[in-house]
Design a protein around this ligand. Structure first.
Ligand SMILES: Nc1ncnc2c1ncn2[C@@H]1O[C@H](COP(=O)(O)OP(=O)(O)OP(=O)(O)O)[C@@H](O)[C@H]1O
Length: 365
């Protein structure tokens, strides 16, 4: 590992899909780190590559996926070089996941006690009795009342929120080092959603798991994430701490996304969407893939891909607008308005909003 604070290092990841129409370039040179104990949110429109990125980490991409390059380092080993059997082991022990719909991860024909105890028996070689005792503890930890009786119930005997608690119990029973949560609360109503998120945070603090959190919900990002990576058309276009992304976003795509993302308390209201559609990944455009939808686009955007420009030690954005020779640009009015809203969500003041120094770059405009 390049840095011992990291639990995972993704470098130059490229994933293609072979289809009848041609090669879909779904992940186009993605690099990021996951630090020990942190929550990293990956945000982006549908099709931007969030799920393919996390599926690659789990070794669970579809059979038509082709690794076109890169490494995914975990404990000094490249996960992309592991066999299917080795990945099964890693998924059982070190990297767990929770999905949007708990019913897809639960076996409807198996008592929940068995479903929670099984990873301990299979992956840790634990004796049945001990595994069931630990399963019971886990049920109590995730807040299932009358756990002693309910251990013998089937999934359909629980509400949606309770089922998601069971999924969390299964995912965390082996104390994984990484938890991948792909829209884990989207299917739940707002009150239950908040309870599950609180539970995840509480358990994260106890177990010290690192979380990769995929969500469309800005309220969730504000409440859960330490850092945020913004994806567009198979690339990360901006990343920074949650405050940097909310209070000082630099990429016009991040502006559009922030403006169009629902928050927990805007449910039901009309949100502006980003005009246009993402590019065809069978034939991604030259230059900045967002240029065609970007009203702030410069001429160079259609010709040359922007490098990452440094905004702070923790904040980078790949937009030519940050080149010192680019015209000065202030974010649109709505983004400034939204900053006040985030302040409410994150219970912070907005004095962090200050213009940051942009480092000199070599590239010519
Ligand atoms: N098996 C596949 N075959 C062909 N293309 C695929 C396959 N799986 C994913 N893709 C393509 O890869 C790109 C990235 O998809 P991905 O599911 O990662 O997006 P996402 O950001 O997770 O979207 P969403 O928010 O809708 O889940 C999309 O263009 C998608 O159509």
């Amino acid at each position: 590992m390049e840095n011992d604070k990291n639990i995972l290092e993704v470098r130059n990841l490229k994933i293609n899909f072979n289809t009848y129409a041609g090669t879909v370039k779904a992940i186009r040179d993605v690099s990021f780190d996951l630090r020990k104990g942190e929550t990293l949110a990956i945000v982006g429109e549908s099709g931007s590559g969030k799920t393919v990125t996390t599926r690659s980490i789990m070794g669970l991409n579809s059979p038509n996926a082709v690794i076109d390059g890169g490494t995914i380092m975990f404990k000094n080993q490249d996960l992309l070089k592991k066999t299917r059997k080795q990945m099964d082991e890693i998924r059982g022990n070190d990297i767990a996941e929770i999905f949007q719909d708990p019913m897809t991860s639960l076996d409807p024909t198996m008592k929940i006690g068995k479903q929670i105890a099984e990873p301990l028996i299979i992956h840790k070689g634990m004796k049945r009795e001990k595994a069931y005792a630990q399963a019971l503890e886990m049920m109590k930890l995730v807040g299932i009342e009358n756990a002693e009786q309910r251990i013998n119930n089937y999934p359909h005997q629980f509400s949606g929120g309770m089922r998601q608690r069971i999924v969390i119990a299964i995912a965390l029973v082996n104390y994984p080092e990484i938890l991948i949560a792909d829209e884990p609360t989207t299917a739940l109503d707002v009150t239950i959603q908040a309870q599950i998120l609180d539970l995840m945070k509480e358990l994260q603090a106890k177990i010290n798991t690192s979380i990769i959190f995929i969500t469309h919900d800005l309220g969730v990002v504000a409440g859960m994430a330490d850092r945020v990576a913004v994806m567009y058309a198979g690339k990360i276009v901006e990343y920074g701490t949650v405050d940097e992304i909310f209070y000082n976003p630099k990429h016009p795509y991040t502006w559009g996304l922030l403006n169009s993302m629902p928050t927990m308390d805007t449910t039901g209201t009309e949100l502006p969407s980003i005009p246009g559609t993402p590019p065809d990944l069978l034939d991604p455009p030259k230059g900045d893939a967002f240029a065609a939808r970007n009203k702030y686009a410069l001429e160079i955007d259609t010709k040359q891909e922007p490098p990452f420009f440094k905004v702070s030690d923790t904040h980078y954005a790949a937009t030519w607008l940050l080149d010192p020779r680019a015209p000065k640009m202030t974010p649109p009015e709505q983004i400034i308005e939204r900053q006040k809203h985030y302040a409410k969500l994150t219970h912070k003041t907005i004095d962090q909003h200050k213009d940051t120094h942009v480092e000199e770059q070599e590239e010519q405009l």
